[in-house]
Structure formats: structure tokens, C-alpha cells
Write a protein that binds this ligand. Structure first.
Ligand code: HEC
Length: 172
């Protein structure tokens, strides 16, 4: 048990995306990237991250899971309430690897194992969209209604790492 907890606490190294800088604001290159990212986000992320009648991508959608009710988070570019402070690498770690910026493992209600297959180019387009194509929303994240001990996040890291090993993408 202790060994497992120790393994769970080892930070995961991921491969940074090469050429991480976004094109300068106002350029057609950035506009193209934002456009590509919007198409991906509208096909997928919007269903969970935009509540009916709420601000776009401000989260707060209740998802019923076996653990309890989990709320999607604010992924608008607000620096406090959303992901405005995330670098492309932070964003990539959350979306493709299930690791939040503070190092915690995201719950599987966020289907990151599915997104592990996104290409670097698609990940960057999504990031460009969330940073430049979405309005910052001040909505504060709602904590999950999950009771202890299921509320602990370290066992999730073990699941995440086991999954990544079986994907053999080199980032347990
Ligand atoms: C099936 C529902 C669902 C879908 C689809 C989904 N998400 Fe999520 N997402 C969640 C939930 C729930 C969380 C919060 C998980 C937690 O609290 O552990 C989350 C968390 C996140 C986070 C972490 C935010 C933070 O505060 O650290 C990011 C970034 C994110 N999602 C981006 C995306 C992107 C980009 C897409 C589309 C490619 C997407 N999500 C699609 C449910 C979803």
C-alpha cells in the first residue's frame, strides 16, 4: 500500500510539444489554428464543459459517475477560475495525460485516455482556441460530491500510470 502510494506520488514526465509558441496575435496563422481548434472543441469538449444556459466552457456540468457526482471544470482562459495560466505543456498534460497543473490526477470523468491519441498539431490547435477563441468566464469550479476514501486522488494516479504503460507512449 505504501509502495503504491509512493509510486503514485512520483511526478510523471511527459514529452513537451516541439514548437510550442503560438503564432502572434492578429496573424492569419493564429486564426487558422483557432479555427481548427474550435472545430475539435465543438465536436467533443463542449458537451461536458459548457452547461446549458451557462457561459461557454465555464464548466459546472454535473456528471454522474460510480464515485458520485463530478462537475466539469472551467476551461475558459480566465487566469483564476479557468486555465488562463496553463502553458501549452500544462494543457497537454491535462488533456492527453490526465494531470492537472497542480500535479493531481484528473478523474476519469475527463476522458483523457481517449485524447492520448490526439496529435501534437490538434492539441496545439485546441490550446490556441481555448486561449484566443473563448471568452474568459469567472465561474468558480464546484467540488465533486464524492465521499472519502473514494475522493482521494492518489489511487487515480496508479490507474493513470498503468493505463499509460499499457499504451506504451513512454509517459507513465
Ligand atoms: C465526458 C465529459 C468530458 C469531456 C468530453 C471532456 N472533458 Fe475535460 N473534464 C471533464 C471533467 C469532469 C473534468 C474534471 C475532472 C476532475 O475534476 O478530476 C475535466 C477536466 C479538464 C481539464 C483540467 C482543468 C483543470 O482545472 O485543471 C482540462 C484542461 C480539460 N478537461 C479539457 C478538455 C478538453 C480540451 C476536452 C475536449 C478535447 C475535454 N476536456 C472533454 C469532463 C470532460
Amino acid at each position: 500500500m505504501l509502495l503504491l502510494a509512493a509510486w503514485a506520488a512520483v511526478p510523471t514526465q511527459t514529452r513537451p510539444i516541439a514548437d510550442a509558441a503560438l503564432p502572434p496575435e492578429g496573424t492569419p496563422e493564429l486564426a487558422r489554428l483557432v479555427h481548427a481548434g474550435r472545430r475539435l472543441a465543438m465536436a467533443d469538449c463542449v458537451a461536458c464543459h459548457s452547461a446549458d444556459g451557462g457561459r461557454p466552457f465555464a464548466g459546472g456540468v454535473a456528471l454522474d459517475t460510480a464515485l458520485g457526482t463530478i462537475y466539469s471544470t472551467n476551461i475558459s482562459p480566465d487566469p483564476q477560475a479557468g486555465i488562463g495560466r496553463y502553458t501549452l505543456d500544462d494543457f497537454d498534460r491535462a488533456v492527453r495525460h490526465g494531470i492537472a497543473r497542480d500535479g493531481q490526477t484528473l478523474r476519469q470523468a475527463m476522458p483523457y485516455p481517449r485524447y492520448a491519441r490526439l496529435s501534437d498539431a490538434d492539441t496545439k490547435a485546441l490550446y490556441a482556441f481555448f486561449m484566443h477563441g473563448v471568452e474568459a468566464a469567472p465561474d468558480v469550479n464546484r467540488p465533486a460530491d464524492v465521499a472519502w476514501p473514494l475522493s482521494m486522488r492518489w489511487p487515480l494516479a496508479i490507474w493513470r500510470k498503468t493505463c499509460a504503460v499499457s499504451r506504451s507512449d513512454g509517459a507513465p
